[in-house]
Design a protein around this ligand. Structure first.
Ligand code: SPV
Ligand code: MG
Length: 297
């Protein structure tokens, strides 16, 4: 089954499906090996791994380059966190074209303004996109996709910006009518009350995606009870790697030795395995001339 079709099935799953953050080819591969059926190409994590802020400091083509490595390294669908679509409808539809060329299964766009800021930084001060303008962007993206199953998720930032439930519902309904395949309803509260209120009023009208980074303490079965279709674990690989890299760098710096660390890091052979070294060795046997013994002609 195509990656797009698989993602489309996941966004309408009655038992919520789960996708996991990755930010480069290596982390994408690790997500797939862990058993996940899909990957969230997180804007926060990709920018952080490039050493820049989540404010569109990395250009959209730099993000595309990262995605290409992620896509090539894996066989499960990738949903790109496409921020605001990197501009107006025209930039967003060109993004769709380039994503399809790279076998990316879908993109999520949020109703903020370019350049965006991460939702967890001073959310109340963040301006929201004009609804009509955002709907035009959605339509342009849906009109551009060549594969009917390519997924466009639209993210409602009304709760993040402090505009409340009615505005969240008004926007979600407008985006649904404009052709969005799913609504991502985002909340920065540490409890699930906003999501609960939204789900009650939304009443299963269209698929819903959530990102429980801040309300992480909510048991997963609540998401199921509320009728959520897809859950994104949004940034935990980059966060885990930050901790691991800090620890190992400090230890090697302080001890000026590798003796204390060797058993605590992945082996070099494990790197080779993740890189697919065996496949290259087999291909070399097939495609390279067999080694000649000196003197042979
Ligand atoms: C991301 O992973 O970049 C997201 C989700 O957009 S969040 O950071 O929770 O806003
Ligand atoms: Mg993001």
């Amino acid at each position: 089954m195509k990656k797009t079709t698989r993602l489309r099935e996941m966004i309408s799953s009655k038992n919520p499906d789960f996708i996991m953050e990755a930010h480069n080819g290596l982390s994408a591969k690790i997500v797939e090996e862990a058993g996940f059926k899909g990957i969230w190409a997180s804007g926060l994590s990709i920018s952080a791994s490039l050493g820049v802020r989540d404010n569109n400091e990395a250009s959209w083509t730099q993000v595309l380059d990262v995605l290409e490595f992620m896509s090539d390294a894996t066989s499960i669908p990738i949903l790109l966190d496409g921020d605001t679509g990197y501009g107006n409808f025209n930039n967003a539809r060109r993004l769709v074209k380039k994503l399809e060329q790279r076998n990316i299964a879908g993109v999520c766009i949020e109703d903020k303004l370019f350049p965006k800021t991460n939702s967890f930084i001073n959310g109340e001060s963040q301006p929201l996109a004009d609804v009509e303008e955002f709907c035009g962007k959605i339509k342009a993206m849906k009109d551009t996709q060549q594969d009917d199953d390519f997924v466009v998720v639209t993210r409602v930032e009304a709760f993040i910006a402090g505009w409340g439930l009615n505005e969240a519902l008004r926007r979600a309904e407008a985006y649904r009518q404009a052709g969005a395949d799913a609504i991502l309803i985002h909340s920065k509260r540490s409890d699930i009350t906003e999501i609960e209120a939204f789900m009650k009023e939304w009443n299963g009208r269209h698929p819903v995606v959530i990102v429980p980074t801040k309300y992480y303490a909510t048991p997963t079965h609540r998401f199921h009870e509320l009728g959520v279709n897809l859950v994104i674990w949004a940034n935990h690989n980059v966060r885990a790697s930050i901790d691991a890299m800090k620890k190992i760098s400090r230890q090697i710096y302080q001890e000026k030795s590798l003796i204390g660390v060797e058993g605590n890091v992945a082996t070099v052979d494990e790197i080779f395995r993740l890189q697919g070294v065996e496949e290259l060795q087999a291909a070399e046997k097939k495609y390279l001339p067999s080694k000649k013994v000196p003197g042979d002609h």
